[in-house]
Every structure is written in structure tokens, then in C-alpha cells.
Design a protein around this ligand. Structure first.
Ligand SMILES: Cc1cc2nc3c(=O)[nH]c(=O)nc-3n(C[C@H](O)[C@H](O)[C@H](O)COP(=O)(O)OP(=O)(O)OC[C@H]3O[C@@H](n4cnc5c(N)ncnc54)[C@H](O)[C@@H]3O)c2cc1C
Length: 358
């Protein structure tokens, strides 16, 4: 065991985008880091995530703390991605796709919904602009002709979480972290493999480690999602869509390479990761209503992931509330990122690094 003041030793439990981000930032900051992942690195929710960085599109002014954390993390993404590109040597494509987002209204009801959403965001000082159908189609010519309008959110971008996870693993290892994948589950915080570490960070997603306090308990919320591919992408002068497109019940995230991620359902079904016929049907029907050209796309993947949710709905980043040791607690948490773990990875890793490294 190393002295806490010299070079802290840290065990990270869970190798999703949250655990990997923490391992990289801690190792980069000088900590001795070992990460324990029961299966494949980033093989769970982080493998399925669409990768939207959407604090403004998803803003809920009734949740000001979560909104502030999302905005902070979105702003951090540019430098986080640039440092990650350097540390992982992943080039030439930038990890951050500066796409911007269009929220789409399909009919008059949704048009009124969009106006309310615009008012809420403007009142909170968030950047967005209502567009007429003509203006929206100037930005995205392949949008369906009958749409009622759009809300342009220029600051909401996207990343490919799979590419980010690969880069994080390379960068963490390059900074000296040991990543143990296929290590089997860490059963509890007193698991013998964690003995001797100065600090333990639990980043186990939707699977609470035995013995954690109720505030750190998580449960899975299933999301089904499709990955489509435009077979004509290489021949096109312009891709079918460049912005993230969001309607009330479906979104479409262009990966920039001809793939489009279409999501997602929200279901409370425990550990179920099956893909159902109704979900595929509904997602495609709703997508075709906003982007009819997608009918010719190829279906590459249909998959389901488990979002990690806490009972409060908020992520827990740091010591469990009420821990008498406060910020000096040996066990820290980075769990419950629910629908926003990709967005919140930089801010989460920064907070944990600040607690461990000072
Ligand atoms: C359909 C869908 C779409 C999404 N879209 C977005 C999006 O656009 N933007 C966004 O920001 N977020 C999105 N999310 C949410 C995002 O995927 C999650 O918030 C994020 O991936 C959580 O990361 P994590 O590392 O906490 O969890 P995970 O990626 O699930 O990783 C947890 C890891 O811990 C491991 N583990 C669990 N228990 C143990 C144990 N006892 N011992 C060792 N290892 C253990 C697991 O095997 C797993 O690899 C989406 C999620 C879904 C399902």
C-alpha cells in the first residue's frame, strides 16, 4: 500500500465508460490504478449508448443541479477529447463530432410542445432557435416534407462511445493503469482483490456491489436501439443527415461514417437484454416519419443495454452521503448515470480525481 499523500493507489470496480474515464484521469494525475472488470471492457451500457452529449436538448429546469453538471461536462468534452486523442494516439478523426442537434415537431401538437420547450430553455439562458420547416430543411434537406418545425440546439454534439472506450483503455494503460478485464465480479467492497488499496471507486453501472449503502444502489432501465447503415454513403456528396435528429419518441445520431444510431426504448424489465419485434417496428416507423430516406438503409445491429439508475434519479459521484469520513472516505462511488453517462464522463472523472489527488 502506498501512502495517501505520496502516490495514492486506487482500485476501480467496473470498466464501462465511467470506470475507464476515472482510471485514465487518475493514472494521468499520478495515481497507481488497477481496474477490475468482470467481463469485457465497455461491454454493457457503454457499448449500446448512442453517445449524444445533450444537456440542452434534454434539459429539465426542474433539476437545476443535474442540468448544471451536464452543461459543465459538455463544456469539458472538447479538452477531454483532445487530451484523449493525444494520450491514445487515435487519429485522424476527432473523437468529438460537432454535429449540433435538431428537435423535430411532426404535427401541430408537437409544434406547440416545441414552442414550450424553446421558452423553457430560453428562460434558463440556454442557446436554441426555433426554425420554420423551410429553415430546418435548409440544414437537413432529407427531413420529411410535412414536418411542422424544429428547434436548433447548436451546442449539443455527439461522440461514438465505442471509439471513446477503446481510446480510454489505450490512454489509461499508456499512463500506467492496469486494466483487468474478464476478471469475474468483485463481490463486495471487502473482496480480497481490493485489499491494500488506499481508495476504491465503485463504477459498476446497473449492478450494485453487495453491501453498498441505499444511496449507491442502482437498478437497470432497459433501452433498445438500432444501428442502420447507408449503403450509398461513400457515393454521396452530403450525408443523409449531419445533425442529431430528435423527435418526441425517437432519435437518430449520425456517426459520420454512414452509420446512424436510432433509439431508444425505456423499459423496466430487470436484466432483460432481448430485442423485441415491437421495439424494432416502433423505432423504424417513427424514424421514417422524420427521415424517409432511411427506408433504404441496411440494419446492421439491433441491441439492448441497461442504463444504471439510482432511486433518486441523480448520479452519485463521491462518498456516500453521511459517510463520517466525508471526502476522505476509502470507498467512493461513480454510479447512477442513467441516460447521461457518456455526457457526464468528463465531469465525473474530474470530480473523482479531485477527491483522490486533491
Ligand atoms: C439505449 C441506450 C442509449 C443511451 N444513449 C446515451 C446517450 O446518447 N448519451 C449518454 O450520455 N448516455 C447514454 N446512455 C447511457 C449510458 O450508456 C450510461 O449512462 C453509461 O454507459 C454508464 O456507464 P457506466 O460505466 O456507469 O456503466 P456500464 O457501461 O454498464 O459499465 C459498468 C461495468 O461494470 C461492470 N461490473 C458490474 N458489476 C461488476 C462487479 N461486481 N465487478 C466487476 N465489474 C462489474 C459491468 O460488467 C460493466 O462493464 C444510453 C444508454 C442506453 C442503454
Amino acid at each position: 500500500m502506498s501512502g495517501a499523500s505520496a502516490r495514492p493507489s486506487v482500485a476501480v470496480v467496473g470498466g464501462g465508460i465511467i470506470g475507464l474515464s476515472i482510471a485514465w484521469r487518475l493514472a494521468r494525475g499520478g495515481a497507481r490504478v488497477e481496474l477490475f472488470e468482470r467481463g469485457a471492457l465497455a461491454g454493457e451500457a457503454s457499448h449500446v449508448a448512442a453517445g449524444m452529449l445533450a444537456p440542452v436538448s434534454e434539459a429539465d429546469p426542474a433539476e437545476p443541479e443535474l442540468l448544471a453538471l451536464g452543461l459543465e461536462s459538455a463544456e469539458r468534452w472538447a479538452s477531454f477529447a483532445a487530451e484523449l486523442e493525444t494520450d491514445s494516439d487515435i487519429r485522424p478523426q476527432s473523437l468529438l463530432d460537432r454535429t449540433g442537434t435538431l428537435l423535430i415537431a411532426r404535427d401541430a401538437d408537437e409544434g406547440r410542445w416545441l414552442e414550450r420547450e424553446a421558452d423553457l430553455r430560453r428562460a434558463a439562458g440556454l442557446e436554441c432557435a426555433l426554425l420554420t420547416p423551410r429553415e430546418a430543411r435548409r440544414l437537413e434537406p432529407d427531413l420529411a416534407p410535412g414536418l411542422r418545425g424544429a428547434l436548433h440546439v447548436p451546442v449539443d454534439h455527439a461522440v461514438d462511445p465505442r471509439q471513446v472506450a477503446v481510446a480510454l483503455a489505450v490512454a489509461a494503460r499508456g499512463n500506467g493503469a492496469l486494466l483487468h478485464d474478464h476478471a469475474g465480479p468483485i463481490e463486495a467492497t471487502d473482496d480480497p482483490r481490493l485489499a491494500g488499496f488506499d481508495r476504491i471507486v465503485i463504477a459498476s453501472g446497473a449492478w450494485p456491489v453487495t453491501g453498498v449503502a441505499p444511496a449507491a444502489a442502482t437498478h437497470p432501465v432497459k433501452g433498445q436501439l438500432l444501428i442502420l447503415r447507408d449503403p450509398e454513403h461513400a457515393q454521396r456528396e452530403e450525408p443523409i443527415a449531419r445533425h442529431v435528429l430528435r423527435a418526441q419518441t425517437v432519435y437518430c445520431v449520425p456517426r459520420g461514417d454512414g452509420r446512424y444510431v436510432i433509439g431508444a426504448t425505456m423499459e423496466h424489465r430487470g436484466e432483460d437484454r432481448t430485442v423485441t419485434a415491437w421495439a424494432v417496428h416502433d423505432l423504424l416507423r417513427e424514424l421514417f416519419e422524420i427521415l424517409p430516406a432511411a427506408r433504404e438503409f441496411v440494419l446492421d445491429e439491433a441491441l439492448a443495454g441497461l442504463r444504471p439508475a439510482t432511486t433518486s434519479g441523480d448520479p452519485l459521484i463521491g462518498p456516500v452521503p453521511g459517510d463520517p469520513a466525508g471526502d476522505a472516505a476509502r470507498v467512493l462511488y461513480a454510479v447512477g448515470h442513467y441516460r447521461g453517462g457518456v455526457l457526464l464522463a468528463p465531469a465525473t472523472a474530474d470530480r473523482i480525481a479531485a477527491l483522490v489527488l486533491g
